[in-house]
Design a protein around this ligand. Structure first.
Ligand code: S3P
Length: 168
């Protein structure tokens, strides 16, 4: 089984993912890092040169591939699990965990980050967040309320999985 972290930009998927991997002994994979590594360029460069649709296809290919693995903690890009094809690819062998963090906190952490092309404009990002929120909820097997430290968040995830009878 894999543990898949989802949520909006800045919710802590990568930080919490690394911690979860340490705690469980699972391997850690980050979909954005894999794309950058394989393409030899940054996400923002890919967006600039080829556009978002091209990026989404690369992202889907990675999700499809990771869906066939086991024993991984997978941190996804903020848009990945708003697409049904990626949810299907990853959920067949994993539990999707939504890190639910209020928009104002996300904005403080990730707003205007040049590495995040879809968080350059706060107003647009807010609309995107509102549009995506129900999709994250729909995809999620586990909902974790944000606002906790990464350590507390990782512990809360393990507790919740344990309650669900999942052995990790
Ligand atoms: C995106 C989020 C980014 C990255 C890309 C698109 C999005 O990942 O995949 O910039 O659509 O929300 P993070 O959530 O890790 O910033």
């Amino acid at each position: 089984m894999n543990l898949i972290l989802c949520g909006f930009m800045g919710c802590g998927k990568t930080t919490v993912g690394r911690l979860l991997a340490q705690k469980t002994g699972y391997a850690f994979k980050d979909t954005d890092a894999l794309i950058e590594e394989e393409q030899g360029q940054t996400i923002s460069r890919i967006f600039d040169t080829f556009g978002e649709a091209y990026f989404r296809d690369l992202e889907h290919e990675i999700c499809r591939r990771l869906g066939g693995t086991d024993g991984m903690v997978i941190s996804t890009g903020g848009g990945a699990l708003t697409f049904e094809r990626n949810v299907q690819a990853l959920q067949k062998n994993g539990k999707i965990i939504f890190l639910d963090v209020p928009f104002e906190t996300l904005k403080k952490r990730a707003g205007s980050d040049p590495a995040r092309p879809l968080f350059q404009d706060g107003e647009k990002a807010k609309l995107l967040y509102e549009k995506r929120y129900p999709l994250y909820l729909k995809a999620a097997d586990v909902l974790i309320n944000g606002g906790l430290s990464p350590e507390q968040t990782a512990a809360a995830i393990l507790k919740q999985l344990n309650k669900m009878g999942e052995t990790v």
